[in-house]
Design a protein around this ligand. Structure first.
Ligand SMILES: Nc1ncnc2c1ncn2[C@@H]1O[C@H](COP(=O)(O)OP(=O)(O)O)[C@@H](O)[C@H]1O
Ligand SMILES: Cc1ncc(C[n+]2csc(CCOP(=O)(O)OP(=O)(O)O)c2C)c(N)n1
Ligand SMILES: [Mg+2]
Length: 356
């Protein structure tokens, strides 16, 4: 889905011409970028700091559907989901590389829109695009981003540092991206049945944005620094709260209690989930793509964080023997299921149904 109606064949530029066309206006902003696009490798200098590197790939049909994903948003999202991993290490993101596999029938105007989104994200977060790869693809659009960043050795936060008694915190609200996806999928079906009917997304901007235009939480990393908290463990929520807290607990060799009533849900997420006959709690636990930060802090840091608007305490870390549990609104205790979003579902029911 792209807005520009002109269609110039990529053959007009060729691979190197296209790369030049897409990257010729880059103005480097990071001190650590010594050499960006244009040689065999980018050259970066971090002056003795720890370097952080992360990669995530987005595939058409698996991670996105071009029927309702504007290319500009896709480019923006591809960068955000990768920056999110650097922030989840408590780092500063500084560079990205972007690799692209696409049909040679993809017009140049379409790639330009994709890159417009990529550049908007880079500019907003102050990162340099320093390289990538471009190839033809026979089956759909493939977009792979690598993000690079740094942190002082003593500031890096891993998944394995949670201690018994630590408080479990999450930024923002959860489940919105998943409910937004349900809405977009429904409107796609309506459109396919009758192309004269225009998509009805009125009043649903927030959850549609959560799906199409997520924001990596650099502001939370800044906030934690400001209030002088170093989390004991941290992860970003790409696969759903249940899967992510279980990663922290498994790697930290601990258990946890999460309180259903504390899970932050936006009212529009809640209402729309109900309209779809979905349990909003399940959307938060297993929906994914929220790109919020889930982290644990020492109890002694409670006073520093308790009034921070965009952080919610949702539970605590326990001894490993008790396992990972959800305490429901009615006070029942359910073991959490390790069921995040699965790119390799064996059957349909694997995709998002969680607890009873
Ligand atoms: N094909 C692969 N080869 C090597 N390492 C991989 C591969 N796929 C994933 N990983 C690594 O496995 C870990 C977990 O990956 P993943 O679940 O995708 O994490 P995230 O949600 O942060 O993207 C990461 O350290 C990632 O770099
Ligand atoms: C067409 C389409 N199908 C499914 C989804 C939902 N979805 C895409 S990626 C994702 C979770 C994260 O993907 P993954 O590849 O597991 O990322 P990682 O954990 O490696 O960061 C979800 C729930 C979507 N947005 N669009
Ligand atoms: Mg990954």
């Amino acid at each position: 889905m792209f807005d520009n109606k002109e269609k110039t064949n990529i053959d007009a530029l060729g691979e190197f011409g296209l790369i030049h066309h897409l990257t010729k206006n880059i103005a480097l902003v990071q001190k650590s970028t010594i050499k960006g696009v244009g040689d065999d490798a980018a050259v970066l200098d971090f002056e003795g700091k720890r370097m952080l590197v992360s990669t995530d790939m987005l595939l058409e049909g698996i991670h996105f559907d071009l029927a309702y994903t504007p290319l500009k948003h896709l480019g923006y999202k591809a960068v955000q989901v990768n920056l999110s991993d650097i922030y989840a290490m408590n780092g500063t993101a500084t560079q990205v590389t972007v690799s692209l596999g696409m049909s040679s029938k993809f017009p140049i105007e379409a790639v330009e829109e994709l890159y417009e989104g990529i550049y908007i994200a880079c500019e907003k977060y102050g990162v340099d695009l320093v390289g990538g790869d471009t190839s033809a693809s026979k089956q759909g659009l493939v977009l792979s981003v690598t993000s690079i960043g740094y942190a002082n050795a003593e500031d890096v936060v891993y998944r394995d540092g949670a201690q018994e008694g630590d408080l479990i915190c999450v930024s923002g609200d959860l489940g919105g991206a998943y409910v937004g996806l349900q809405l977009l999928e429904r409107e796609k079906m309506v459109y396919l049945e009758n192309p004269n009917i225009q998509p009805d997304l009125e009043g649903k901007d927030y959850i549609v944005e959560r799906q199409l235009k997520p924001e990596a939480r650099r502001d939370i990393i800044d906030l934690l620094k400001e209030i002088d908290i170093k989390p004991t463990a941290m992860i970003d929520v790409s696969d759903g709260l249940a899967s992510e807290i279980m990663h922290i607990c498994k790697q930290s060799q601990k258990g946890c209690s999460i309180y259903e009533e504390k899970i932050p849900l936006d009212p529009m997420t809640f209402e729309t989930a109900r309209e779809f006959g979905l349990d909003p709690t399940v959307c938060a636990l297993s929906g994914g793509e929220d790109y919020e930060l889930l982290f644990t802090i020492k109890q002694s840091d409670y006073e520093k964080i308790k009034f921070k608007m965009d952080v919610t305490i949702i539970g605590h870390i326990t001894e490993p023997a008790s396992g990972c549990n959800l305490v429901t609104k009615s006070g029942n205790i359910h073991p959490l299921k390790a069921q995040g979003w699965n790119a390799f579902p064996t059957n349909e029911s694997d995709t998002v149904k969680q607890p009873e």
